[in-house]
Design a protein around this ligand. Structure first.
Ligand code: CO8
Length: 258
């Protein structure tokens, strides 16, 4: 399928989506969000794909929602289109893990998109921020909620109220990113991580992701209860038998995604 705003490739069992609007620092226009949704649908339906990587360019993961496209919208346009839930949150609905590989700017909707992914690997050049306040608005794709959960109230509040950017080192210290990689190695390293995830048992990966995500949606007691049920259901899979047998027999497991 030809795309105009993204590049879609596969690397073994990894689906790779590269945001590709270089002239606009990958600003997330409606057409890009539509294409991203289509690409995610395709990878979700492809049995060969076990994990997805979302990345941008050296200069920008994405510098935000497309300000020029948004600028003249009325309240009623925004309300009727519901342009945030409608498309933007597709990435949060993926069952397959989605890893954000962020180099350069991840601002506004770009930071929000990265935070919708399951985790973020950052290049040492990465810069995160929610600068909406500087253009007379507030984060609208989950930034006030996901940034606050990721880095705590004080830092999130300062960033949202001032528009200050945080560099990769601060983002790692604050827990926004899982780790920092030299910019030149970012994509290779992220694909390596995605390949490792794709080599695990698919249903067990789904269970693990569902259990961690529950930590953001439920009480501790409910989350622990869900984890226990998922843990127990892992024993109904062939892959749990294979994984534990392989450990005892001192060999690598051959998971069948069953
Ligand atoms: N939207 C549209 N165009 C953009 C955007 C953007 N977010 N960011 C950069 N561009 C364009 C610039 O207009 C410029 O285009 P042109 O050459 O035609 O003038 C080109 O990209 C290059 O940008 P700069 O010349 O500004 O590059 P610099 O290196 O000087 O600066 C910055 C880089 C600091 C990243 C700067 O471009 C910047 O401040 N960008 C805007 C950042 C921002 O405010 N982001 C938040 C946007 S609002 C948002 O994301 C709300 C999300 C809410 C949910 C979304 C629902 C739709």
């Amino acid at each position: 399928m030809p795309f105009e705003n993204i590049i879609v490739e596969t690397r073994g069992q990894v689906g790779l989506i590269t945001l590709n609007r270089p002239k606009a620092l990958n600003a997330l226009c409606a057409a890009l969000i539509r294409e991203l949704g289509q690409a995610l649908d395709t990878f979700e339906a492809d049995a060969e794909i076990g994990a997805i990587v979302l990345t941008g360019s050296e200069k920008a993961f994405a510098a935000g929602a497309d300000i020029k496209e948004m600028a003249s919208k009325s309240y009623m346009d925004a309300y009727l289109e519901d342009f945030i839930t409608n498309g933007w949150e597709r990435v949060t609905k993926c069952r397959k893990p989605v890893i954000a590989a962020v180099a350069g700017y991840a601002l506004g909707g770009g930071c929000e998109m990265a935070m919708m992914c399951d985790f973020i690997l950052a290049a040492d050049t990465a810069k995160f921020g929610q600068p909406e306040i500087t253009i007379g608005t507030i984060p609208g794709a989950g930034g006030t909620q996901r940034l606050t959960r990721a880095v705590g109230k004080s830092k999130a509040m300062e960033m949202v109220l001032t528009g200050r950017m945080m560099d990769a080192a601060e983002a790692e210290r604050a827990g926004l990113v899982s780790r920092i990689v030299p910019a030149a190695d970012l994509l290779d390293e992220t694909i390596k991580v995605a390949e490792r995830i794709a080599s695990m048992s698919r249903p067990i990966v789904y269970m693990a992701k569902e259990a961690v995500n529950a930590a953001f949606e439920t009480t501790l007691a409910q989350g622990v209860h869900l984890e226990r049920r998922l843990f127990q259901s892992a024993f109904a899979t062939e892959d749990q038998k294979e994984g534990m047998a392989a450990f005892s027999e001192k060999r690598s497991p051959a998971f069948k995604n069953r």
